[in-house]
Design a protein around this ligand. Sequence first.
Ligand SMILES: [Zn+2]
Ligand SMILES: [Zn+2]
Length: 824
Amino acid sequence: MLKKACKKIFAAILIMAMICGIFPNLGDSQEQVKASSIPKYVVVLDAGHDASHAGAQNRSNGYREEVLTYKIASYCKQELEKHDGVKVYMVRDSYSCPFGGGSVKSTECNSKRVEFSKNVKADLYISFHLNSSGPSARGVSVYYPNMNYKSEIGRNGEVLAKDIIKRLKALGIPQQGRGTLIRNSENNTRYPDGSLADYLAVIKGNKYNNIPAVLIEHCFISNASDCEQFLSSEEKLRTLGVADANGIMDYLGLNNLKQASDGNWYFYKNGSVDYSYTGLALYSGNWWYVKNGKIDFNANTLAYFKGNWWYVRNGRADFNATTLAYYNKIWWYVKDGQVDFNANTLAYYNNNWWYVRNGQVDFNANTLAYYNNKWWYVRNGQVDFNANTLGYYNNKWWYVRNGAVDFSFDGIARYGSGDWYVHNGVVDFNYNGLYRVSNLTQSMSDGQTVTFDGWYSFVNGKVDKHYSDFIYDGKEWKPVTNENVSSTYNGFAENGENNWFVINGNVKSDFTGLVTDKDNITRYVENGKASNITGVKELSCQEYNLTTGNTQEVNGTYHFTNGCLDRTYTGIVEEKNILTYWENGQLNKDINKLVKYKNELYYFENGKCDKTFKGVVQDDTGSWYINNGKVDYSFSGMALCNKNKWWYCIKNGKLDSSVNRLEYMYGRWWYVHNGVIDFQENTLVQNNKGWWYVNNGMVDFSFNGISKTDHGEWYIKNGNVDFNYSGMALCTSDQNYNGKTYFHKDWWYCIKNGSFDARADRLEYLYGRWWYVHNGVIDFQENTLVQNNMGWWYVNNGMVDFNYNGNFKYKNWTYAIKNGHVEF
Ligand SMILES: [Zn+2]
Ligand SMILES: [Zn+2]
């Protein structure tokens, strides 16, 4: 088999084989192996010509070249396929043209045949033909590529041609001419290197694709003897095809193993054992490992063959093997009998699982590896099933239990210099707080066992403190007994810096509200952490009672001291601009007074003092001017009370109730009475300009009429008491005093020196008439007799009736009246 030309194909195998030796049980061909994974030679058989591109024909017997070449090639295929080591492709599968038929030229048909060969990655190309010439020419000849360009293709082709012609000549076919020959271009066609090209299109075309091709002219279709001896029956045609197949297998080295009389199997070449050959060789469906010309049935190695490295066990390639194989100081990953250089996996071998990276075991690997739905801990290239540790992978630290990442693990893991908080199998470096475990054990690599038990405080995921022996009962740390070391602990737990609200052994980080413990201490808890606020907080939240386990809604304002609800706090709390007044833990909303605080008097209303308040307020001690929430002793002047809208006269911060005067303000004169402008006040007030009429607290300069006040009954002119007036005056509005109307609107009253003269009793001339003024007022109901210095006069409806003539009865006497005058 291995001719010189073959060495090219097998060069790599040989080198390999010298280094190693391999072999396993490839033997029985019943094993289910992916066909593509078994090494095979690809042989393309080109039955020359076709129905559309006909070859030579013999008119006397009707033989046609394209028919006979198809039959010979088909028989050759049948023979070759008896061997697992060969994959055969026919350029055409029928008599017809596979590449377009009559519509294409034969040269294009040949180009397509070459292209087909390239596409199936042929190792060899055999073109089947029959010669034709004058009737006497006969015999076999085989063309092979010249040595001009890609000379190794030419050398391989020459070996192939000689292997084939040897088998054909053995059938008795005479050699035509030189037998094997080169045919160069006859029109000076050149290869890219300038050398003369091959003449035959399929030989030239395949050479471009690095495929050695030969063209067999089996015999002469034009010669009667050749036809009769070699072409005249199916059996004769089959014999030709088998001879071609054997020549091909000789070339490929597939016919080279034979058992010698000593019982050993040897690799033959040219009829004798080739002791220089080391590599794979096919026999009876198995690929065997040949070492120095002899099958080595003990070989266990890797062997290079047709581009891959194959696993050899007990002398035979094992295409089912998935394992590790040691070769050239490296452990290789073998899958389906060949080294998988792309494999990144875990591989089981020798009772261990190994970490394979790019097809080889990486003994330096310390990582996590995914395999069979788990992540495994790899230590020095090997899965460590005893590992209980943390494994670094993908920028995180993972919790490994018995060699595999435990994604459900919540707890503590010791690694390096620390003990770490693990949540869902990964270290949480953001965790700060408490975490409780009960008898959690971890087997360390040194054989020791670590036990975690109790409360642990974490800072950035690392244990900061351990409270395994004590438990916080909400008041103090106490020794733990077996009963209360459990996941049922409810209460507060402290970690040095913080106090945590724990329910069933876990910090209740979703809770914000009040928590009352068994000692009736109530804390404000925010996100599970006890607050340490001191001051006031308005809350609308839940209150959890640790004694009862009950929860209730709370709404209110609470005072805290160091995070604890202060049920006894009495005093003032200052927050921002608000002061609040607390008594026994309650905001006392009944406080409405001045309260001394920080040496100042602050005004509290409903228990609160707004330090931005300004204005006049009243408490039991008086009325005060407040600025910035407190009494402003520096202020003197008028100030408004926003509540009752009165103005107060303030002196050094306090109402000066001794003030009684008219005060000019906002363009008007106001009556300040006992320090306050009383807008209900209607009175007369005296100043150095006289007495003034005050209506609703303000001097009314528009007032004209009579007024009744505490100061008497006076005639007012333009708001001022007119002491010079004497005469009648019209009352312009009802004048009430102490709930009684003293002067009536539209009545006329008698004034004397500005004051109402209630004793006036006379006839008074006014507006052209004489009126009867009785007790100071004109009485329009009055019908009587009135005397003046002119006599007695008849008064009808308050007025002297000068038109009256008749009698009038007065005090039991009847008088005669003439023109209103009594005629005595
Ligand atoms: Zn064709
Ligand atoms: Zn031909």
